[in-house]
Design a protein around this ligand. Structure first.
Ligand code: ADP
Length: 341
């Protein structure tokens, strides 16, 4: 095994995941079967992997994004956007088209979405293994469930073997994380519906979002402990911030095994991609200062994600580290104690 220096500030983060071209139509009402409507159209980059890589890079981390792209204008868009944000792109060139999402949004902000995974579905463990040079020097590797789980699993196995932290955002909510991938995650970051999906998958017990939301902190902590006994769980709670739960044997520099961090106060206009902002920023913060208490990183991610909701869009709405510090100030080091709410 190659030896790594944990103090090396040049250790990057690696995001493994999807890139989509989003096609969005804003309509008065969502179309019914057989109906033809006209709506206002716009297009832009999306995909959880790319959104999170953009957030990580703008939060200040040296970021590598490993993905699969078609040989088409969507693939060219990914390359030029990654270049613009200083993201190192490692893309498998697929014969399939670059991933797409067709999104209708109605006047009340409800949406209907069809995803065409395209090239995203072509990411292979073999291509991941060929990126071992960056996976062996990464401090944090971050994956989601919009690309084949076996590819994310290969990245986690490779990076973990070299001392990196593995972070799984188990999204989207209808995707299941296989047990072998789950076992390799040091940290998982579900929102409430993703928590319920994975809870049912891994423990065989139904749990709904209302029941989850009604749990007090001790009960939520014990659900988290059952869901990922060996690792930390960060449940994102929208405007309410997030809940953190650690195993007793690994508090990641915190003094308490569980606590809440309140959401930052912002004028939210579009929460699309808030979870992606949170994940990218948390990974960047963990990579930047691995010795700080985990609560400091979570507070940063909370602020970063909150600020992302003040602009429309996902990847394009990701703020820069300087914007976050200018808006909220610096996060004071508070030793091993969680910050007060
Ligand atoms: P997802 O986008 O995956 O559904 P959440 O809705 O839980 O995830 O949001 C992720 C994070 O974004 C939250 O933990 C919080 O930090 C931030 N956030 C989301 N909505 C708001 C809001 N209205 N005000 C402040 N912060 C928000």
């Amino acid at each position: 095994m190659e030896s790594i220096n944990p103090e090396d500030p040049s250790r990057p983060i690696v995001v493994v995941g999807s890139f989509n071209v989003d096609h969005v139509w804003t309509v008065a009402a969502l179309p019914r079967a057989g109906e033809t409507l006209s709506g206002e159209y716009h297009t832009g980059p999306g995909g959880k992997g790319f959104n999170q890589a953009t957030a990580a890079a703008r939060a200040g981390a040296e970021t590598t994004f490993v993905c699969a792209l078609g040989d088409d204008p969507g693939g060219a868009l990914a390359r030029s956007l990654a270049h613009g944000d200083g993201i190192e792109l490692r893309a498998l060139r697929s014969h399939a088209p670059t991933g797409t999402a067709g999104i209708y949004v109605d006047a009340e902000g409800r949406n209907s979405i069809v995803i065409g995974p395209g090239a995203n579905a072509a990411l292979t463990p073999g291509f991941i293994d060929a990126q071992r040079d960056c996976l062996q020097r990464t401090r944090v590797v971050l994956g989601q469930l919009e690309t084949p789980a076996i590819a994310v699993q290969a990245a986690f196995a490779q990076a973990r073997g070299h001392g990196a932290l593995t972070m799984l955002n188990p999204a989207p909510a209808d995707a299941i994380a296989p047990a072998a991938l789950w076992a390799l995650a040091d940290i998982v970051t579900p929102n409430e519906s993703e928590f319920c999906t994975q809870f049912e998958r891994h423990l065989g017990e139904r749990l709904d979002v209302q029941t989850l939301a009604s749990q007090d902190d001790a009960a939520l902590h014990s659900l988290c402990r059952r869901l990922l006994p060996h690792g930390s769980v960060v449940v994102t709670l929208g405007a309410a911030g997030c809940f953190v739960s650690h195993p007793a044997e690994s508090l990641r520099g915190d003094a308490h095994p569980h606590y809440r961090v309140a959401g930052a106060s912002v004028d939210a206009i579009d929460t699309t991609g808030a979870g992606d902002a949170f994940n990218g920023a948390l990974a960047a913060a963990l990579a930047r200062d691995p010795h700080a208490g985990f609560h400091q990183h979570v507070r940063y991610a909370n602020r970063y994600a909150a600020l992302s909701t003040e602009c429309a869009g996902a990847a394009t709405a990701m703020p820069r580290d300087t914007d976050v510090r200018a808006r909220f100030g610096e996060i004071a080091a508070t030793g091993t104690h969680p910050a007060p709410p």
